[in-house]
Design a protein around this ligand. Structure first.
Ligand SMILES: CCCCCCCC(=O)SCCNC(=O)CCNC(=O)[C@H](O)C(C)(C)COP(=O)(O)OP(=O)(O)OC[C@H]1O[C@@H](n2cnc3c(N)ncnc32)[C@H](O)[C@@H]1OP(=O)(O)O
Length: 243
């Protein structure tokens, strides 16, 4: 298994090629919007602004929502939204809900590929969760920790060369995971048995292990993902998905 080995699949390649052809200024603007909206989310969840200011801010945000809402929406996918699909090339995941800079609901988790001291490939995810992700006071909501694990483990399993979908994800929460502090997620493949890829991951605040996870991914035929993508396009046209 080679770190960052490129996945060979004509369907994947065509998506990657079309992504590479996307005007970079458009991509930059999407990322700007994502970053600015994320800052708004972070500021509004617990703002101490005076009530009259809140009213003005609400007016302004409603105006922005109205302005952007005038344009047709629905996913015009410039790339994959999930780490597991990329084979390690994070550039295709601008809209990931976990690691995508252009997706305002992503914290985002910054992903990279590395290797541990024995040379085994690992995925590293670095993130600071803001106030919007609070669960227990001062701590990250457990659901968001699970989501971050799904992303880093999802990218790790794709290094098997036969990426799949999450079949099972189990998280052990060992200590409260602090908000507003840099966290490091580390993920690796444990073993592969046929279509099954077993993975494990850990979340650290400094040297403190706050959570650990294991997940089973089942390799899927890319035609299944192409089918899901097709259903998504039909849904964008207002039709119901056929699952
Ligand atoms: C490739 C890019 C996508 C990456 C996305 C990764 C991040 C995500 O968040 S994915 C989103 C969340 N996950 C999903 O939506 C998946 C929904 N589930 C499915 O689509 C299917 O159940 C799927 C693909 C996981 C497995 O279906 P299928 O390929 O038909 O598997 P199937 O042939 O039934 O089973 C294969 C083997 O896996 C086992 N298996 C399947 N599911 C599970 C499970 N949940 N737990 C344990 N074992 C399982 C089966 O028992 C079987 O084992 P064996 O070969 O020993 O008999």
């Amino acid at each position: 298994m080679e770190i960052g080995s490129k996945l060979t699949n004509s369907w994947l390649d065509s998506i990657v090629d079309s992504f590479n052809g996307v005007d970079s200024d458009r991509r930059r603007q999407f990322n700007r919007i994502g970053t600015a909206t994320r800052a708004v989310i972070e500021s509004v969840v617990a703002s101490k602004a005076p009530t009259e200011q809140l009213g003005l801010i609400a007016d302004a945000i409603e105006k922005v929502a109205e302005d952007i809402g005038r344009f047709p929406s629905g996913r015009v996918y410039e790339g994959f939204a999930e780490a597991a699909n990329t084979g390690g090339n994070g550039g295709f995941m601008d809209f990931s809900p976990i690691s995508g800079a252009a997706n305002p609901i992503a914290p985002p988790v910054e992903l990279s590929l590395s290797s541990d001291p024995d040379g085994s490939p690992i995925v590293v995810g670095v993130v600071t969760f803001g106030s919007a992700y609070e669960g227990p006071p001062g701590s990250v909501h457990g659901g968001h920790i699970a989501a971050a694990f799904d992303e880093v483990l999802g990218l790790a399993q794709s290094m098997s060369g036969s990426p799949g979908m999450t079949a099972r994800l189990s998280v052990n929460y060992r200590k409260p995971t602090p908000l507003g502090e840099p966290l490091t997620f580390v993920a690796r493949i444990v073993k592969k048995e046929g279509k099954k890829v077993f993975t494990e991951g850990k979340c650290y605040f400094g040297d403190i292990l706050t959570a650990e996870a294991d997940a089973l991914f089942i390799s899927v035929d890319f035609s299944k993902l192409a089918q899901l993508a097709g259903e998504r396009e039909r849904t964008n046209d207002g039709q119901k998905p056929q699952l």
